[in-house]
Design a protein around this ligand. Structure first.
Ligand code: FAD
Length: 579
């Protein structure tokens, strides 16, 4: 029975969230654990994370978890669920020490403690001044986290199925019973029967043209569950990171501004002083990205077309740049031929992070509606999930924190559920849907090319649904997506082979991306206010009376249905965001 597998807990994805979940599930002696990943684990995007993981250790100056919780809620423009932010800010401290004990080589203070630096939106005493909260390993923090967790998972005897693409989820009588996956090496389908399934498959930035995200970030599971009746929460909140390398989008960490880097417009002015007088260049990302576009629109950009901004590090000691920011220095030199030690670096906002995703409660259980109805046996954590820690805008360093806190919760809870539950039955037809999906693509008309549709998707999403949006651009994008989906029906795959058919997988991934774009655009069109990363030029104000609520988008027929879920408020009253 090579192509049918049974594990008590399966984890989809081997990034930080997936490996953390697998490790913690494997601590439970009563359960077997397998990880399924379309990439070799250490190639997951977590390995590209640069700047740091935020935790109020207070190693440089005094810090407190309640300040961290407050910053997260305010940074999220009050769409953050406050119970989630509070639990997070406390647990992430312990989770960082745990990574240290697993052997993660953090950068150090002179007296040997974990080094910390400033990052956007992280402050002391509820907004008084910037605080050093980001724990880092030079600008390779994610790489170190991923390597450390992978080594630990091997030690814990977790079984890995690498280069397996999960293409469907098995939901019977409202319960999750596993997944169906495509093995890249052989072209065969495999059924994974499980008591608990943890989804940790990362983000979807590849729907945009200029992005910091790796090629594999195509939102697969956000589409897979959506096709099976589970909604997506808050997809309209998509973060643009201010400092992507001009035109190519490769990321330069916010840690560069944490170390003192400054953004300058075409006249050399430090324009963030006008937009965020207290914390200036370290304002949250949504505000900085918008400010950069305002400067460009007003003719204050840099370059012959005045269409970018400068990130200036030239006043910082060479030694600090090279020891604390070695990778990004290299990126600027290689990709743009610019040396950050002596010249300012051309940057522009780049599509970076999905605040929304598969809805979960605070225990990482996936929920299917606005009443928090749980899908038994299904968990989600990491960028693919939306426990609503990040609300309408994520603070830098809070994603790595999210992975370790909620990845751990998912592993523990999934294992506990599995240990107490029998295996549900699998339908005989379990692979039929996936089989037909692949057959359609293999034998498609071939009139359309995947690469063409993908390019159009990415360009139009950038033009109509990125940092600024209006009724007009979004309605136009709804139409474009309808046409692209129509055309997608006639794509064909030229490679008829079974083994390593990456062309076939790219075609499947394009279908996933189109679903992700549909979720985002409908959410954005529906939300007639501006909040966090969602900025409507025709509805410029935040509107708490009508919109202090989460979006839930369901697929219905050929279209979508939109519902809502209340925000969990707490001790922090929604206030205007001033920095
Ligand atoms: C360049 C860059 C720098 C960043 N820097 C920081 C930072 O300094 N601090 C911070 O907090 N955040 C940072 N972020 C954000 C953060 O790194 C990500 O949000 C986070 O790493 C996502 O982790 P994850 O475990 O959810 O998913 P990923 O690490 O993306 O892993 C996804 C996993 O899912 C698997 N997968 C996906 N689809 C399928 C499928 N269909 N079948 C099987 N497997 C599948 C993949 O193989 C992979 O193993 C950065 C992001 C980028 C892009």
């Amino acid at each position: 029975m090579k192509r049918a597998h049974r594990y008590d807990v399966i984890v989809v994805g081997a990034g930080g969230a997936g490996l953390m979940a697998a490790r913690y599930a494997a601590q439970n002696p009563n359960v077997s654990v397998a990880v399924i990943s379309k990439l070799y684990p250490t190639r997951s995007h977590t390995g590209a994370a640069q700047g740091g993981v935020g935790a109020a250790l207070g190693n440089i100056t005094e810090d407190r978890p309640e300040w961290h919780a407050f910053d997260t809620i305010k940074g999220g423009d009050y769409l953050t669920d406050q119970d989630v932010a509070e639990a997070f800010a406390y647990e992430v401290i312990d989770a960082v020490y745990e990574l240290e004990h697993m052997g993660l080589p953090f950068s150090r203070t002179p007296d040997g403690r974990i080094a910390q630096r400033k990052f956007g939106g992280h402050t002391r005493e509820f907004g008084k001044s910037a605080v050093e909260r980001a724990c880092y390993a030079a600008d390779r923090t994610g790489h170190m986290i991923l390597q450390t967790l992978y080594q630990q998972s091997i030690k814990d005897n977790v079984t890995f199925f690498n280069e397996f693409h999960v293409l469907d989820i098995v939901i019977v009588d409202g319960e999750c019973r596993g997944v169906v996956a495509f093995e890249l090496a052989t072209g065969e389908l495999h059924t994974f029967h499980a008591k608990s399934t943890v989804i940790a498959s990362g983000g979807n930035g590849r729907m945009f043209k200029v992005t910091s995200n790796a090629h594999a970030l195509t939102g697969d599971l956000m589409s897979v569950v959506y096709r099976r009746g589970i909604p997506i929460e808050d997809p309209e909140f998509y973060q643009f990171h201010p400092t992507g390398l001009y035109r190519i989008g490769v990321l330069l960490t916010e840690g560069a501004r944490g170390e003192g880097g400054i953004l300058r417009n075409g006249s050399g002015e430090r324009f963030m002083e006008r937009y965020a007088p207290t914390i200036k260049d370290l304002a949250p990302r949504d505000m900085v990205s918008r400010a950069m576009y305002f400067e460009i629109r007003d003719g204050n950009g840099v370059g012959p077309d005045k269409d970018y901004i400068h990130l200036d590090l030239t006043h910082i000691d060479r030694e600090i740049i090279e020891s604390r920011l070695p990778d990004i220095t290299e990126f600027a030199r290689i990709y743009l031929g610019v040396d950050p030690v002596t010249e300012p670096v051309p940057v522009q906002p780049t599509a970076h992070y999905a605040m929304g995703g598969i809805p979960t409660n605070i225990d990482t259980e996936v929920i299917r509606d606005g009443n928090d109805t749980v899908v038994p046996g299904l968990y989600a954590a990491g960028e693919v999930a939306c426990a609503s820690l990040h609300g309408a805008n994520r603070l830098g360093t809070n994603s790595l924190g999210d992975l370790i806190v909620f990845g751990r919760r998912a592993g523990v809870n999934a294992a506990r559920f599995a240990a107490a539950s029998p295996y549900g039955e699998l339908p005989k037809t379990v692979q039929d849907y996936t089989h037909e999906l692949l057959q359609r693509l293999r034998h498609g008309l071939g009139k359309e090319k995947v690469a063409h549709i993908r390019k159009e998707l990415q360009t139009t999403m950038m033009d109509h649904a990125s940092v600024f949006r209006t009724q007009e651009t979004l309605s136009r994008q709804v139409e474009i997506l309808r046409e692209l989906k129509e055309r997608y029906q006639s794509v064909g795959v030229e490679d008829g082979g079974q083994q390593y058919n990456t062309e076939l997988m790219e075609a499947v991934e394009l279908g996933f991306l189109l679903d992700n774009a549909e979720q985002l655009v409908h959410g954005a069109l529906n939300r007639t206010e501006s909040r966090g990363a969602h900025s409507r030029e025709d509805y410029k104000e935040r509107d708490d009376d009508s919109w202090l609520k989460h979006t839930l988008i369901y697929r219905e027929g050929d279209g979508v249905r939109i519902d809502f879920k209340p925000v969990t408020l707490g001790k922090y009253e929604p206030k205007p965001r001033v920095y």
